[in-house]
Design a protein around this ligand. Structure first.
Ligand code: NAP
Length: 506
């Protein structure tokens, strides 16, 4: 008989905020039989991978951190990437997570074995099995590079913002930046002073609001150190203020007020009316992610920056050619073109009952019960799964709600001696219906833009259309009546009564 692969009760893919948070909560609950598969050599997820100049979080650090692991030492309101990465590394050490991590283990495939009722996980370093599989790879892990004709023959440097080559010196170069999203608005001001010319290829102008970043004083940091309650209060205030913003996404007319503020910011930063016209969005603020930056727009007014709004027709050995026929010589191309989000790459590799993959079951639009579990996929949990993204505040709040749900499921499995659970198709459909209904009137659907929030079918399968506290209330408690119970001998029981809470009022 071939040797059995190593077995764990729980296998987690990814060691970013989702995977580490899950591991910490498991340990806090006394669960130790788990492994984390991490494809890289270090923990940190997107905060390890995105090291581009100027990278920082656009949500205040006091909120963009675990509630169960406060960091009184944040240096700025919006801390830079290095500090967030260091925070995650520190969490891994502080909570003793590192021994659980198998570094440089990329998950190639996870397949539910209905006979043995466990997940068979193929990693780059060999097979494993687990009773429960938790995918915490997030939605922003696979860089998207558009297929620009001729790109392969370009002789200069090509990189994506999430795979920055710090060994490549930009100084004195002519640099093309493609994309004007949340990443580009951070690295464009950081690289502009070094480069000879910066050619910014903009397809759609983003709405930009001032960020108002500031250092957190020594005194305040000491206070947070000595009085954790003061830091909790700060976090609570930031939380409450940001939660109010959710009202805007649900009532687009409120956003018109914010638009006025953004237009004032644009006018102050860009005196030239022709350039200002190029940078003025023609859709409602909020339809795409609202960008926050104090220095992006002023940077675009600098003499070594050109904002180019013609589409890119082709790339040649040393240049880009735009739709108007102009040839733009460049030494380097930097893609700030985002990630594969609505086509979640890992979904091709997760196979549930009957061998069908998530991609096959989803048929072009991601759907999960509470954004966390999927009918037909026993003991699978997705941290930051479909419809758990946010436009207004910290996704760590969503992650923490999901972690409690998973812990509830694990307790239920253990308490009832079950082999597995999976959501009933009815509960999942009811949840999706609720999300879609709430989504219909939001700015994401009505704002007059095309965004990565929408998938190929036109559904918004990425964002949560509401407050984070409604999500938390709905998700943190595991509700057995919404799940099929699978017993060790294979018997399935979906007998429990219909969901006890009316989703329409969640
Ligand atoms: P993104 O928001 O998806 O922006 C991609 C940009 O590339 C857009 O301007 C897009 O234009 C453009 N683009 C895409 N394909 C193109 C093509 N074929 N030709 C020309 N332009 C093209 O990507 P991102 O800036 O990397 O940000 C992704 C997400 O990461 C953000 O939305 C946010 O959730 C997260 N993020 C967060 C932070 C933070 O501080 N927390 C920082 C950075 C990123 P269109 O608008 O026309 O599509």
């Amino acid at each position: 008989m071939p040797p059995q692969p190593p077995h764990f009760h729980i296998a987690i893919a990814g060691s970013g905020f989702g995977g580490l948070g899950m591991a910490i909560r498991l340990k806090q609950e006394g669960l130790r039989d788990f492994v984390i598969f991490e494809r890289a050599h270090d923990v940190g997820g997107v905060w390890r991978d995105n090291s581009y100049p100027g990278c920082a979080c656009d949500v205040q650090s006091h909120l963009y951190s675990f509630s169960f692991a406060p960091n009184p030492a944040w240096s700025r309101a919006f801390s830079p990437q290095g500090e967030i990465h260091a925070y995650l590394r520190d969490c891994a050490d502080r909570f003793g997570i590192r021994p659980h991590v198998r570094f440089q283990h990329a998950v190639r495939e996870a397949r539910w074995d209905d006979t043995r009722q466990r997940w068979h996980i193929e990693t780059s370093e060999g097979p494993y099995t687990a009773d429960v599989f938790i995918s915490a790879v997030g939605g922003l892990s696979e860089p998207a590079v558009p297929e620009v004709p001729g790109l392969a023959r370009f002789q200069g440097k090509v990189m994506h913002s999430a795979r920055w080559d710090h060994g490549y010196a930009l100084s004195g170069r002519r640099v093309a930046v493609i994309g004007t999203g949340a990443s580009a608005v951070q690295f464009v001001p950081a690289i502009q002073p070094q480069v000879d010319r910066l050619l910014l290829f903009q397809r759609t102008p983003p709405w930009v609001m001032p960020r108002k970043d500031r250092p957190i004083s020594e005194g305040l940091r000491r206070l947070y150190q000595r009085m954790p309650g003061a830091q909790r209060l700060t976090r609570g205030l930031i939380y409450a203020l940001r939660e109010v913003l959710a009202l805007g996404f649900m009532n687009p007319w409120i956003l018109k007020l914010a638009q006025r503020r953004a237009l004032r910011h644009l006018k102050q930063a860009i005196p030239d009316p022709a350039l200002r016209a190029k940078l003025t969005p023609n859709y409602t603020l909020g339809c795409k992610r609202v960008l926050v930056s104090d220095d992006y727009l002023p940077t675009l007014a600098k003499q070594n920056v050109d904002v180019i709004t013609h589409g890119i027709r082709e790339v040649r050995e040393h240049s880009l050619v735009t739709a108007d026929g102009t040839e733009h010589p460049v030494d380097a191309i930097i893609f700030g073109t985002g990630f594969h989000v609505t086509d979640m790459p890992i979904a091709h590799h997760i196979h549930g009952r009957g061998g069908r993959s998530l991609v096959e079951v989803w048929g072009g639009t991601m759907k999960a019960h509470l954004g966390t579990s999927v009918s037909g996929f026993p003991n699978l949990f997705l941290v930051l799964g479909p419809n758990t993204g946010l436009g207004h505040t910290s996704v760590i709040l969503m992650i923490e709600s999901q972690l409690e749900h998973v812990l509830g499921a694990l307790r239920y499995l253990e308490g009832r001696g079950l082999a597995a659970v999976e959501p009933t198709p009815e509960a999942q459909a009811e949840f999706i219906q609720h999300v879609d209904t709430r989504m219909a009137d939001t700015v994401w659907m009505q704002g007059g833009c095309v965004s990565w929030y929408l998938d190929a079918t036109g559904r918004n399968s990425t964002l949560w259309p509401g407050f984070t506290f409604t999500y938390r209330r709905r998700v943190e408690r595991f509700e057995p009546s919404e799940y099929v119970a699978i017993f060790p001998h294979g018997h399935r029981l979906a007998a429990l009564p219909a969901p006890s809470r009316n989703l329409a009022h969640a």
